[in-house]
Each structure stands twice: as structure tokens, then as C-alpha cells.
Design a binder for this molecule. Structure first.
Ligand SMILES: Cc1cc2nc3c(=O)[nH]c(=O)nc-3n(C[C@H](O)[C@H](O)[C@H](O)COP(=O)(O)O)c2cc1C
Length: 339
């Protein structure tokens, strides 16, 4: 994956904000998946011209106490290097909580540590999180989305974006417009919408139309998210929602070339088997270099292969071949042996 294989990124330049000229493509936060090591290898692809505009960290849970610097650095090691990956892609710190005071305190702290943006998670569907009044629970009362957003916005310097990430509603998409307006009233810089309800979890269908209704109701930029697994999906989502800025999560695991492809800078249909293999081995090396143990690294590798396998047959085969292996050494050998 050399720089030359990508061609000229000038065709659809990288927008650092969804309302800037060019194409905005964010890498979605995925708890347990998109750690600092993953962000590092993904943004380093194609000679550091991965096509990714912005990454968002896995969520930092905010309860009724201050979040320590160590916790921020664990979730977002990029804070120790100015808030960007080594390839220079900014990493927003995502906060998950419901208490305006403590969320504001955490937002201010993240910004003081150098976060280039603070993202607020009002979409998490996990039962444990929802039962302790976090994530998508707040979608039931849009005024609470507004309160938390307003408190964080007031605590974070104006130069640092405060962004909001939601689903279309709790059990139906009827409150979508109210939720979007609440985020805007609270002062969100932009809004990312995963086109599913909380009760849907990750089941189909994704509702890009509801994202479009929200986009029409607000004047801040709206970033569309959900099932963007291919160029066709990006095009269709753009048409249905009217959005021209997107966030890609699971698609990046099987189609990490999607970001450059969407910019018109990748001629082939997909990464070759050898390129994918190299990328996975680089991820393993990065995890170990970042201090992950061999067992944890094996778990992360299996996770990437399992998710990527939904989009690529070779990854599904690799997953089958390593899923029962107990050691990282065996898994690496299996991956290397399969040319
Ligand atoms: C394993 C997993 C973990 C996730 N963790 C987070 C998270 O920490 N914060 C968040 O806002 N969304 C999280 N999400 C949701 C994704 O950011 C995204 O909204 C969702 O996967 C839909 O986009 P996609 O179809 O491109 O994957 C997670 C999704 C998955 C599958």
C-alpha cells in the first residue's frame, strides 16, 4: 500500500469539518475495537493518506466524579501527542454520561489535555449503560440531550468543537427532529446520526430517511452513519438523507480502503489479500508495541477478522482458521501461512 497506489487525493480533498470544502469521512468510535492501535494503523495506510478526516475515541464513561488523566490517556493515547494520530488525523474524545455538571467537567478536562474535539455519546444501546442513565436513554427526553450539550459547550473553549452522536430515537424515529433540534439548541457544532433506534440495536433496516428529516430541521451540519459498507451505500445514503458527510464504523474493518475510494483515489475494487494480511500483521505489531499483552492482542485480532469477515471472504476464512487458537504465535503463523 504505497502512496503511489492511491493516486492524487486532490480529487475530493479531506474536509476536517463536515461543513468545510471537500469530503468529510469520520472513523466511528467502536468500544472494544477502535483503540489507539487500530486508529494508528488505519490512519497510517497509504503512506499516511488514509482519507480519514477525523477519528472518535471509544467512549470515556463519566459518572459523578472527575475523570482522571490516566483514564483519558488510556482511551485516547493520542492526547500525549497533541491529540492526533502519528499520521496527523485528529482524534475527538468521546464522553458518555448524563450529569451535565460532571460531563462539563470531563469535557473541560479533555480539552485542557489537548483534545481537538469533544464528542457526546447519546446513542449507546448497552443495557448496563442505559440502566445507569447513560447513552441512548437520554433520547427519551431530548431536553436532557440539550442540557448536557449546553453544559459541555459552556465548559469547553469555543475553538474546540463539541459534537453530538445519537440514534434516531429509542423505539421509533418519531422524536428524531426533536433530538436534532435539542442538540442544536445545546450548541452542538455538528451532529452524527446512526440511522437506527435503540431497540433495533444493529438489526436492519437502517433508516437514512430519518437522518434526512433531522438534516432539514437544523442548520448545523449533520453526519450520516449506519451500514456504509460500500461506495454504493455512501451514494445511496447521500441521496436519501441529503447528507454529504459520513461516519464509517464496521465498514472500515472489511473495507479500510473505502475512505480513499470515496475520494476517487483507489482504482481497484478492494485491497488485495496480501495488503489485508499485511495490515492485520501491522495491527498486531502496533498492539504489542503499545503494550497490549499477547492474549489481548489475539482477542483484538479475532474481533477484527470476525467483523471484517462480514464483508470479505478471505477475512471470514482467516477468522475460521484462528477462532479456536489459544496463542497469538499460532494465529500469526496461520495468517502468514495462508497466501
Ligand atoms: C462493537 C461496537 C462498539 C461501538 N462502540 C461505540 C462507542 O464507543 N461510541 C459510539 O458512539 N458508538 C459506538 N458504536 C456505534 C458505532 O459508532 C456506529 O454508530 C454503528 O456501528 C453504526 O455504524 P456502522 O454501520 O458504520 O458500523 C459501536 C458499534 C459497535 C459495533
Amino acid at each position: 500500500m504505497s502512496r503511489e497506489q492511491v493516486g492524487d487525493l486532490a480529487e475530493l480533498p479531506i474536509a476536517l469539518r463536515p461543513d468545510a470544502p471537500g469530503l468529510f469521512l469520520a472513523l466511528a468510535p467502536m468500544d472494544g475495537v477502535t483503540d489507539g492501535s487500530y486508529r494508528e494503523v488505519l490512519t497510517a495506510m497509504f503512506g499516511g493518506r488514509s482519507g480519514i478526516s477525523v477519528c472518535v475515541s471509544e467512549f470515556v464513561r463519566v459518572l459523578r466524579q472527575p475523570v482522571t488523566e490516566a483514564v483519558f490517556l488510556r482511551h485516547c493515547p493520542e492526547l500525549a501527542r497533541g491529540g492526533s494520530t502519528r499520521a496527523g488525523v485528529p482524534v475527538f474524545v468521546q464522553l458518555l454520561g448524563s450529569d451535565p455538571k460532571w460531563m462539563a467537567e470531563a469535557g473541560a478536562r479533555a480539552a485542557a489535555l489537548g483534545a481537538p474535539g469533544v464528542d457526546l455519546n447519546f446513542g449507546c444501546p448497552a443495557k448496563t449503560v442505559n440502566n445507569s442513565d447513560g447513552g441512548a436513554t437520554l433520547l427519551k427526553q431530548p431536553c436532557r440531550v440539550e442540557q448536557v450539550t449546553r453544559a459541555v459547550r459552556a465548559a469547553v473553549p469555543a475553538s474546540v468543537p463539541v459534537t453530538v452522536k445519537v440514534r434516531v430515537g429509542w423505539d421509533d424515529a418519531a422524536p428524531m427532529v426533536d433530538i436534532a433540534m435539542a442538540a442544536e439548541q445545546g450548541g452542538a457544532t455538528w451532529l452524527t446520526i446512526h440511522g437506527r433506534t435503540r431497540t433495533q440495536l444493529y438489526k436492519p433496516p437502517v433508516d437514512w430517511k430519518a437522518i434526512g428529516r433531522a438534516r432539514e430541521a437544523v442548520s448545523m451540519p449533520v453526519v450520516a452513519n449506519g451500514d456504509l459498507f460500500s461506495l454504493d451505500a455512501l451514494r445511496e445514503c447521500g441521496q436519501v438523507s441529503g447528507c454529504s458527510a459520513f461516519m464509517i464504523g464496521r465498514g472500515a474493518m472489511g473495507r479500510p480502503e473505502l475512505f480513499v475510494q470515496a475520494r476517487g483515489c483507489f482504482e481497484r475494487a478492494s485491497l488485495s489479500r496480501a495488503d489485508m494480511q499485511q495490515l492485520l500483521l501491522r495491527y498486531v505489531a502496533q498492539l504489542l508495541a503499545d503494550g497490549a499483552g499477547a492474549h489481548a492482542t489475539l482477542g483484538r485480532l479475532k474481533q477484527w477478522l470476525r467483523m471484517g469477515g462480514l464483508l470479505r471472504a478471505d477475512m471470514a476464512q482467516w477468522f475460521d482458521a484462528i477462532k479456536r487458537l489459544q496463542t497469538l504465535a499460532e494465529a500469526k503463523a496461520t495468517l502468514l501461512a495462508s497466501q
